[in-house]
Design a protein around this ligand. Structure first.
Ligand SMILES: [Zn+2]
Length: 406
């Protein structure tokens, strides 16, 4: 790296820090994006996805980017953060295989940019906004009054109308975007995983003081995103897959970083170890338990799944066998303390036999009616599986709710 490119890199970093300093609520979304420079990028900036590292990528073309004023650069950075915050990257609309769908894809990209740019008055004036869409509407002789600061779905429908009226030759054809949207190649599993991460960041934002700084229109979109429910089976599968992938990336890091080739990735074939704790005194209806264990059986295909039964203390722990062999008995008195101690404390674990060295996920099937297990220092993913209208005894981990419908 020569001296000049070092300065340029610092230049981007400084602008990034400025953007985060002005609006600290973006920090939660910035960490979901790896920042990279790409001189071949056919736009000022762009967003992609790194499958290996399982992270979004924020690209910029330094040549174009550094030509912008500092205020414009800050706005471009905000533009990319807003794509993440508003769930654009994790919204699957269609697969865009045939030509018609490709055409729609163009509209979708414009609509998503329009839904963001009204909030960013410092962007260069040629970028897409509700005002520009109004101009296209007028040129197509349509009688629509285009409102500002709406969701992308709203602009998408208007663009579709322009397209129909002009036979696809509307003024928007050939429009230049400020950034390249390159997130459609994400697999469904990656998309779901990232959706969970974005939602997690949004939940944190919602519960923080910074929520007060979010423009009302954006707050409404976020509320909608947070309310959209993923069926619990999907969540459970995702949890199993995520446990697996965290194990894998750990292996990759150990192998490559310090001593490449010395440890030939011997742990690569390892399956993740997941433990499911069944609260035998919990009031979970039998039919839901059956459905739950059918899903656990699916998880057992790609993870080592252990089943523990507990009420106040641990009763049994064994390797998961088949879905039909578990029922909840319904006695009194529940505590989660031993369940978490089992995962954390190796010598305690030994009392129940020989177990894998570490667990990468804990699933708690319970109605949650017990004291907070105080697990602040736990470094493992926790999933609380609860009947509806119940809640986990702690804020740590994720809650999903069993229901009849799905
Ligand atoms: Zn964009």
């Amino acid at each position: 790296m020569n001296f000049e490119s070092t300065i340029e890199f610092e230049g981007f970093d400084k602008v990034l820090l400025k953007a985060l300093g002005l609006k600290p609520h973006y920090v939660k979304f910035s960490v979901l994006m790896d920042k990279r420079s790409d001189s071949k990028l056919p736009a000022v900036a762009g967003i992609g996805f790194d499958k290996e590292k399982e992270t979004f990528i924020f690209y910029r073309n330094d040549e174009g980017f550094n030509k912008l004023s500092v205020a414009e650069r800050v706005a471009v950075i905000e533009h990319e953060f807003l794509h993440v915050m508003l769930g654009h990257l994790t919204t699957r609309v269609s697969d865009y295989t045939d030509d018609e769908q490709k055409e729609e894809h163009v509209l979708l990209n414009i609509a998503m940019d329009a839904a963001i740019n009204d909030f960013l008055p410092d962007l260069p004036n040629w970028t897409v906004s509700s005002k520009l869409i109004q101009k296209w509407v007028d040129e197509a002789n349509l009688k629509i009054c285009v409102e500002a600061k709406k969701e992308w779905e709203y602009y998408f429908l208007i663009l579709k109308q322009i397209q129909q009226k002009t036979g696809g030759k509307g003024s928007f054809s050939g429009v230049q975007g400020i950034d390249k949207h390159d997130w459609d190649s994400m697999s469904e599993a990656d998309r779901q995983k990232m959706e969970a991460e974005v939602k997690g960041a949004l939940e944190k934002l919602k519960n923080s003081q910074q929520w007060g700084n979010i423009p009302g229109e954006i707050g409404l979109v976020i509320d909608k995103l947070l309310k959209s429910v993923i069926p619990w089976q999907k969540e459970l599968r995702l949890f199993g897959q995520n446990c697996k992938s965290s194990e894998k990336s750990y292996t990759r890091m150990r192998t490559n970083r310090r001593n490449p080739g010395i440890w030939p990735g011997q742990r690569c074939e390892d399956k993740a170890n997941v433990i499911v704790w069944v609260d035998s005194s919990g009031s979970v209806p039998d039919n839901l338990i059956k459905k739950f264990f059918n899903e656990v059986a699916g998880m057992a295909k790609f993870a080592n799944v252990w089943i523990g039964v507990h009420d106040y203390n641990i009763k049994t722990v064994e390797k998961f066998k088949k879905a039909s062999s578990y029922t909840v008995l319904g006695r009194g008195g529940t505590s989660f303390d031993e369940c978490f101690r089992f995962v954390k404390d190796r010598s305690f674990r030994k009392q129940w036999g020989k177990f894998a060295d570490g667990f990468s996920g804990i699933i708690m099937l319970t109605d949650g009616e017990a004291a907070d297990p105080k697990i602040e220092d736990l470094k493992i993913k926790v999933l609380w599986v609860l009947p509806q209208n119940h809640s986990a005894p702690t804020k740590i981990g994720k809650e999903i709710f069993l229901n009849e419908r799905n």
